[in-house]
Design a protein around this ligand. Structure first.
Ligand code: RIB
Length: 288
């Protein structure tokens, strides 16, 4: 069975559906409201687990109502949550998500996610060493992400870094990750260069998701575009996360990179056909 370790954020998603995004200073009446488990790390872990991977989630929640709800949620997907730390005096992470016009806008308040330190990671080094692949994002402290990347590089463990939300990354870190998976905005924020140039510089390594334009990467010979599947979009929240979770799953099952990207693209297109992130992610059976 594939062994995936996800180190990252866990949030309660406070989701408002509305007909249009309010302008600054404007009040609009929304259509619907729900609270669902989210966080880029948790979503990626759930995606891989729903597809059938053995997943360990490393992260932090607060000792509050959301924290209990979020930690319990992992059990439903068979994810090992013994490495989720419940911390006093800090709230669980929350994400305020507004959905309108087939798109979303998200504000994350990190809370306990900001406490995922190298001391916490150190407790799981033996498990990380045995992983087929480690998956991280940038909703936990960057020092911790860099520390794990160094550790994985030294121990020949593959890493997918989903640089979301975008932050400037050390060149050294970019060299050490196995795959970097920005969306087109993140790629622009990190490199400030045209995508063709960046993808050519990092063939089979930088994989750019581009929403309705599909996925782009360079295969060493040419720029490749994997087109998005034509589907009715209901909610794009978690599309990138399901891409990353499925990519990790595919690679851990020894799919070749083009095959794993194709698989991840299909998984993401399923996810956007329902509301929510984790709840919308498909099982392997549902992808057939
Ligand atoms: O990528 C979607 C996720 O981003 C949401 O679940 C939210 O929690 C934020 O982290």
């Amino acid at each position: 069975m594939s062994e995936i370790v996800v180190i990252g954020s866990i949030n309660a998603d406070l989701i408002t559906v509305t007909k249009k995004f309010p302008r600054v200073g404007e009040t609009v009446i929304g259509e619907d409201f729900t609270i669902l488990p989210g966080g880029k790390g948790a979503n990626q872990a759930v995606c891989a687990a729903k597809l059938g991977a053995n997943v360990q989630m490393i992260g932090c929640v607060g000792n509050d109502y959301n924290g209990r709800f979020l930690k319990d949620n992992f059990a439903e997907y068979g994810i090992d949550s013994s490495s989720i730390h419940v911390l006093d005096n800090v709230p669980s992470g929350v994400a305020q998500i507004t959905i309108a016009d087939n798109n979303n806008a998200i504000i994350v308040v990190s809370g306990a996610n900001g406490k995922v330190t190298r001391d916490i990671v150190n407790r799981y080094k033996s498990r990380i060493k045995k992983a087929d692949i480690v998956v991280m994002q940038l909703e936990i402290p960057i020092e911790t992400v860099e520390y794990v990347i160094d550790f994985c590089y030294d121990n020949h463990v593959k890493v997918i870094l989903n640089p979301a939300p975008a932050k400037k990354l050390n060149q050294n870190i970019i060299e050490k990750v196995t795959y970097l998976t920005p969306n087109k905005i993140e790629l622009q924020d990190i490199y400030g260069r045209p995508k063709e140039e960046v993808l050519r510089k990092y063939p089979n390594k930088v994989i750019m998701t581009a929403g309705s334009d599909g996925v782009y990467y360079h295969d060493g010979n040419q720029l490749v575009n994997v087109p998005a599947c034509k589907v009715d979009v209901i909610d794009t929240t978690g599309a990138g996360d399901s891409f990353n979770g499925a990519l990790a799953f595919g690679l851990s099952k020894n799919m070749l990179l083009p095959q794993a990207i194709e698989f991840a693209n299909q998984t993401a297109s399923k996810t956007i056909q329902k509301i929510g992130a984790q709840t919308a992610m498909p099982t392997l059976e549902e992808l057939k």
